[in-house]
Structure formats: C-alpha cells, structure tokens
Ligand binder design. Structure first.
Ligand SMILES: [Zn+2]
Length: 275
C-alpha cells in the first residue's frame, strides 16, 4: 500500500493546476488562430502554423492527463475508456517531443543550429517519458481493480467452485443483509486499531467500473488484501464474529493481476437493463 501512496504523491507533484492547463489551452488556440491568419496573408511561413497546431494538441493532451492521471479522482471512478485516453495522451506527448528532437538534430547536422540547444529538448522527452510511465503505472492499478470486479462478476456459480482452475471464491453468508454504514465504519476502525494502518479499501460502494460491468456494488466494499494473508485472515475472523457477509477471492495466475481481495457484503445485484 505504501508504494501505492508513493505513486499518488508523484502524480500530485507532477500535476499542473487545473486553471493553468485550461488557460494554456485557450491561449494556444488563440495563438493558432492568429498564426493561421498571418500564414494565409503570407506574412508567416507555413511551418509556424504546424508548430501552433502542435501546441494546441499538446495542451489538449495536458487537459486529458489533468482529468485522468493528475486528477484527484479516485481509481474507482476511472473507466476503461478514460484509461485508454490517458495512455494515448501520454504516448502522443512522447512522440511529439521525440519528433521535435529529431527535427532539431537534423538542423544540428546541417550546422544550422547549435548542439547545446538539444539539451532542453532531450529534457522534454525525458519528462514526457516519465509521465508516460506514471500513466502506465496507474493503468496497472486500474487493471487490478478491473480484475477484482471481473472476479465478482463471474460469481454466478456455486460458492467455492474453482473458476478456470485459477480463481476460487469462498462465501460467508453471515446475516445476509448489506451491512450498515456504521458496521463498515466499525470494521475500518477495528482494522486500523489492530494493524496501525488504514484498511486498504480499493472500491467503496457503487463505482463507475462496477456499473460499466452491469452490477450494482452499492453498500459493498472491496478490500485489497489476500484472504490468506495475516491481514486477510484477521479481517475474515472479524467479519465472521460480526456476522457480516463477505466473499473471499483468492489469487489468480502468477504474473498477472491477481484479483485477490475480500468483498464485504452480500454479492452485488445485477443492474436491470431498461431494454
Ligand atoms: Zn466487491
């Protein structure tokens, strides 16, 4: 969990403020309009318009990253689409900056430009690559959540039966009902008191992700612990004592997202489609 928070910290440290990014996009668009007029009037070279277009594209990608990678939105509100947009925006920024560097290197070869002018462009590429890495890291966390949700979605089989020979769910029915908010708070407080760290909640209640998969996770809570770990075993004993229903999902294939977690509450309800 600590590594996860470290990543969150990095996102926030690297994040441009919301106001800056949108102001930058407006300025870039205004500049592009002015440049277009000048190019059409023959007062500026065509290349200037290409550069202005690049700047607008760069600021649009910054806006996408601001809404996904840098935003303080929780992973639970990410969707596969937003995830893809985020990665694509980060990739475009890397490619755009690499193209700029390559162009400058050609001018250096032609001795039309000093070699020392390449350093800031190389730094730009390195920064974009770092952002891309962050985006990939976040996407991996999202994949982990998605596989947890997928494991729950596949639960329409008898409890305890292996799925694909890899994933096993165990069910404790308890009192059956969706636990009250007060009960969930008590579970969180007890875990924190016992382990001296917060309960690693990966999904609290209904999330975009669960909804997109067609089920209603309202009142349920997913905890990112392996059911057989020290924390997992302790949590299960606590839930059993409190008669709170839970589902324990054991790991899946090594090297892939494990999807191991404990789902607190009865299984989710399927969302009834209007059609
Ligand atoms: Zn769940």
């Amino acid at each position: 969990m600590r590594a996860l928070f470290a990543i969150f910290g990095l996102w926030l440290a690297a994040a441009p403020s919301a106001a800056q990014t949108s102001a930058a996009l407006i300025l870039a668009e205004e500049r592009m309009d002015r440049v277009r007029q000048l190019v059409e009037a023959g007062a500026m070279p065509r290349k200037a318009l290409d550069d202005a277009r690049d700047e607008v594209a760069e600021e649009r990608d910054n806006a996408i990253l601001r809404a996904t990678l840098y935003a303080r939105i929780e992973l639970e509100r990410m969707t596969p689409d937003r995830n893809r947009d985020m990665i694509a925006a980060a990739e475009r920024q890397v490619n755009r900056r690499k193209a700029k560097l390559a162009e400058a290197e050609k001018l250096v070869e032609l001795q039309a430009r000093g070699r020392d002018t390449l350093d800031p462009l190389r730094a730009d590429v390195a920064r974009a690559e770092q952002v891309h890495e962050l985006a990939l890291g976040r996407a991996r966390l999202f994949d982990e959540l998605a596989s947890m949700a997928a494991a729950e979605n596949e639960l329409d089989q008898p409890a305890g039966e292996p799925r694909d020979g890899t994933r096993i769910a165990e069910r404790f029915a308890g009192e059956g009902a969706v636990p009250s908010a007060a009960k969930l708070r008590a579970v969180e407080a007890a875990f924190e008191k016992h382990f001296g760290q917060t309960l690693p909640v990966s999904a609290r209640g209904a999330t975009e992700l669960h909804r997109s998969m067609g089920f209603d996770h309202t009142g349920r809570m997913d905890i990112g612990v392996k059911p057989d770990s020290k924390e997992g075993a302790w949590l299960r004993r606590l839930l059993e004592t409190m008669r709170v229903p839970y589902l324990a999902f054991h790991g899946a294939v090594a090297g892939q997202s494990t999807a191991a977690h404990i789902h607190i509450g009865p299984p989710s309800n399927k969302i009834k489609r209007a059609d």
